[in-house]
Design a protein around this ligand. Structure first.
Ligand SMILES: [Zn+2]
Length: 228
């Protein structure tokens, strides 16, 4: 079984522009932010000087869990290492009728592109539920995502505004700006957009702009879902 999707070129702009500074010799406020976080976590990065040097990279490598200690992965590792416990708890498995559905593609680099969510294999028509209460901020077609619902969850812990994405749906059962509770049925599993095989593509983005889909930074949903 190969549930494999690929986003098209029309997909939203690079959400992690600041990650460009997270390479050896990179500089800027974002790097200083990362150095401060690493220091808070107990790593000795030397001076917080906004330059991504050897010691900063070593600090990232220590928390990156196998990811590249530079670039986008570095930013990701630092962000996730500093998530407050109250922000990562309370998220529900988005396929309430399929509690043991397998994850067929993890959050990872895949053939030279980053897969920004997880793919969960499920039957066509299976109910897709909101992982957390919130407000619908996108309900309809969106390029490679096919039929997509994006739910805004407001400020969550220290993550800023958090949005969750439910892609490749057969049918969208909610409308823009609708308020919904956790596990409210958003739509049904299908294979729309750039997708091969019926599955749910589930994504979580943090530090998003209010009410605007396709903003923020994708993070590993398995840091939030206890079932993963
Ligand atoms: Zn996917």
């Amino acid at each position: 079984m190969s549930a494999f999707d690929r986003f098209d070129e029309a997909r939203p702009t690079e959400p992690l522009s600041t990650a460009r500074a997270f390479v050896r010799g990179g500089e800027g406020e974002a790097v200083a932010w990362g150095q401060q976080r690493l220091t808070d976590l107990g790593f000795d990065v030397g001076h917080i000087d906004g330059t991504f040097g050897e010691r900063t990279e070593a600090g990232v490598a220590a928390i990156a869990e196998g990811a590249e200690p530079q670039g986008r992965d570095a930013m990701q590792a630092i962000l996730m290492a500093t998530v407050a416990p109250e922000a990562s708890s309370g998220w529900r498995w988005p396929l309430p009728g399929a509690p043991s559905a397998p994850i067929t593609s993890p959050f990872c680099w895949r053939q030279g592109r980053h897969h920004d969510g997880i793919d969960i294999s499920a039957s066509r028509g299976a109910a897709v539920g909101a992982s957390r209460a919130g407000t619908v901020i996108h309900a309809g077609v969106a390029g490679g995502y096919g039929n997509l619902v994006v739910v805004g969850h407001g400020q969550v812990g220290n993550l800023g505004r958090v949005h969750s994405y439910y892609a490749h749906l057969l049918r969208v059962r909610v409308r823009d700006r609708q308020s919904i509770g956790a596990l409210h049925r958003l739509g049904d599993v299908d294979n729309t957009g750039n997708s091969f095989g019926d599955h749910l593509h589930f994504e979580i983005r943090i530090k998003c702009s209010a009410g605007q889909a396709f903003t923020g930074t994708a993070v590993n949903p398995c840091k939030f879902l206890t079932r993963c």
